[in-house]
Design a binder for this molecule. Structure first.
Ligand code: ADP
Length: 333
């Protein structure tokens, strides 16, 4: 699953770690968000306080984890990493919060998947750097307040719409990460190629940039497959190598992979082009609704193959063209 921005095995994590920008200056693109973060961090530094809590919203693979690391690194602060799915009880969160050192940056990935009970504990922690711990059971239970070290929470979510308002409101700043433009992706790729000591020409980089779904993680991953291809075939990492490697891995000219095409094809052939509801669609392609909604759809919407309407998902005329099918609306020959 070369273009699933969510998958990452051990080898890939190591590879990503090596390519991660370490400062805002090295971070490519997202100029708006970079400017906003820079201001927030500089102001905090000038006043010698911990920066406000930061929420990073956007599809997977756009640099949320990287930015959390940069926030810690730029301020010379330690970083603790956790994730929503790992926090299934308030106690899990209490254990983390109570062991933070002053100024620490706490990164919670997929914060929308945290347990409800933990969420409520987090409100107080974010606002007052304090939590209430329940001691005992039943009628004899009492709550004991516990002061925390001041910390900066950096939350990441692919679905900011799923966050309850009280949680969203407690972040001093929300950054919305956008898909990257092709120029920016060429820059990401050029940087990665240099760091890997890879000789790739501009044409090849441009081709990868056009096929990586606006996502740096996928750009770097495709680059790695192209490198493998060139290595095995004893050639250069040129345009031909890119085309052959991406064909082998089922990534088409628009960067769509098998799941993207399955979704489009289902809407076109089984639901007459839509509208079709998310859950029905998910069942018909055998994938989780959340994956369709946070991974597949944002990109299909962005490149104009899909629109979301109140009655469901609708494929655009371009979607019919891209799959080489004839839209009923276009009339019979
Ligand atoms: P997310 O947390 O949003 O899923 P990550 O921060 O893990 O995404 O980014 C995935 C990979 O993409 C990182 O290893 C990094 O190498 C690369 N990357 C992401 N954003 C950028 C960027 N702006 N500039 C350069 N590389 C980036």
């Amino acid at each position: 699953d070369l273009t699933n921005p969510e998958l990452a095995n051990e080898a890939e994590l190591a590879f990503e770690g090596a390519l991660r920008p370490r400062s805002l200056g090295e971070f490519v693109g997202q100029a708006r968000v970079r400017g906003q973060l820079q201001l927030l961090l500089t102001a905090a530094q000038m006043q010698q306080r911990t920066p406000d809590h930061i929420l990073l919203a956007g599809p997977p693979g756009l640099g949320k984890t990287t930015l959390a690391m940069i926030v810690a690194h730029e301020g010379g602060r330690p970083l603790r990493m956790s994730s929503g799915p790992a926090i299934q009880h308030a106690g899990d969160l209490a254990a983390i919060l109570s062991s933070l050192v002053p100024g620490e940056v706490l990164f919670i990935d997929e914060i929308h998947r945290m347990a409800r009970s933990a969420e409520e504990m987090l409100y107080l922690a974010m606002e007052d750097f304090r939590i209430d711990i329940m001691v005992g059971k039943g009628a004899g239970a009492t709550s004991v307040p516990l002061d925390l070290a001041p910390f900066t929470l950096v939350g990441a979510t692919t679905r900011s719409g799923l966050l309850p308002n009280p949680l969203r409101d407690r972040f001093g700043f929300t950054a919305h990460l956008e898909f990257y433009g092709e120029d920016e992706l060429r820059e990401v790729l050029g940087r990665a190629a240099r760091m890997l000591g890879l000789d790739v020409d501009g044409e090849a980089l441009a081709e990868i940039a056009g096929r990586c779904r606006g996502t740096p993680r996928i750009a770097n991953r495709l680059l790695r497959r192209v490198r493998d291809y060139a290595l095995v075939h004893g050639g250069r990492a040129d345009l031909d190598a890119v085309r052959a490697a991406l064909e082998l891995y089922d990534v088409d000219e628009l960067g769509l992979d098998r799941l993207d095409r399955a979704v489009i094809e289902a809407i076109l052939t089984r639901f007459g082009g839509g509208p079709v509801g998310l859950n029905t669609l998910a069942v018909s392609v055998g994938e989780e609704a959340e994956t369709i909604e946070s991974v597949v759809e944002p990109f299909l919407v962005r490149i104009g193959l899909l629109t979301r309407t109140p009655r469901g998902r609708v494929a655009s005329p371009e979607a019919w063209r891209h799959l080489g099918l004839r839209s009923p609306a276009s009339g019979l020959p």
